[in-house]
Write a protein that binds this ligand. Structure first.
Ligand SMILES: Nc1ncnc2c1ncn2[C@@H]1O[C@H](COP(=O)(O)OP(=O)(O)OP(=O)(O)O)[C@@H](O)[C@H]1O
Ligand SMILES: [Mg+2]
Length: 251
């Protein structure tokens, strides 16, 4: 097919029932690169990933993966094709052990040897996980949980990995660890990654390509470095500060 984009949406309109969230979106993800999507709260970043997975109502438009129109496929078929998705919340089973989580995650892989191979691959990337295997996943720290959640997606041998705000709710010190892990993963695996982040500057520092989303539309598309130096980015931060101040005043 020869498209340089592994994932592409065409004029995508998405919502929840009558609530229209995403408008005419052309989202293009270059193969083998790290693509960052930033934007304030509630603009539709998670909704975009859900639409790619088949988990939100698409009013019109198409989703293409590896040059194939997958718009009509149910979510599990998209997973089987290799679209890896780490949701923003609820991405691990906290009562189950780390080992059980990783094995459950490999439900699309039927071959036992292959599961073992994937486990080795995940341990290679995240050596700490090996020592956590018998522990209930709910006892892991925030950063360790993110590691497990990423490991779970990798167990399914994805061809792309979409990660929704992996640093949400983490202490600043852990944010750097998680970003570093992701950058290392991208480097070692060569997997194309879509990373949604509120911590825009740090994410853009590890990204190649970038989008800024506002009100369900892209207001910037280009090199990650270009967005780092763009006034829109400072505006977004200023916006966030304003919201925080308003909240404090109200309290
Ligand atoms: N299941 C749902 N039903 C109705 N509206 C929804 C649903 N999920 C999200 N929305 C609305 O859609 C809009 C976009 O939400 P979305 O979760 O995509 O934002 P986001 O950019 O990921 O925000 P954040 O940075 O806070 O995660 C919001 O106004 C939200 O309230
Ligand atoms: Mg979100």
């Amino acid at each position: 097919m020869g498209s340089k984009y592994i994932l592409e949406t065409k004029q995508l309109n998405v919502g929840y029932g009558p609530i229209h969230v995403i408008y005419d979106l052309d989202f293009k993800v270059p193969d083998g690169e790290v693509t960052i999507v930033v934007g304030p709260n509630g603009v539709g970043k998670t909704t975009l990933l859900k639409a790619v997975m088949g988990l939100a109502t698409v009013y019109s438009g198409e989703v293409h993966f590896n040059g194939e129109n997958i718009s009509d496929l149910p979510p599990f078929e998209r997973t089987k094709l290799g679209i890896g998705y780490m949701p923003q919340t609820g991405n691990i089973f906290s009562k189950l052990s780390v080992a059980e989580n990783l094995k459950m995650a490999a439900y699309t892989v039927s071959d036992a040897d292959m599961i073992q191979d994937k486990l080795e691959f995940v341990f290679n990337l995240f050596p700490q996980l090996k020592g956590f295997m018998p522990r209930p996943a709910g006892t892991l720290s925030g950063g360790e949980r993110q590691m497990l959640a990423e490991g779970m997606v990798l167990m399914r041998d994805p061809k792309i990995m979409m990660v929704d705000e992996p640093t949400a709710g983490l202490m600043p010190k852990l944010v750097n660890d998680v970003m570093r892990q992701l950058a290392a993963m991208a480097e070692e695996t060569g997997l194309p990654i879509v990373l949604i982040e509120q911590r825009a500057r740090r994410a853009l520092a590890v990204g190649d390509y970038a989008y800024m989303m506002r009100g369900g539309r892209f207001t910037f598309e280009g090199d990650a470095e270009g967005l780092l130096n763009h006034p829109q980015l400072s505006e977004m931060y200023l916006g966030a500060v304003e919201v925080r101040e308003l909240k404090t005043i109200k309290e």
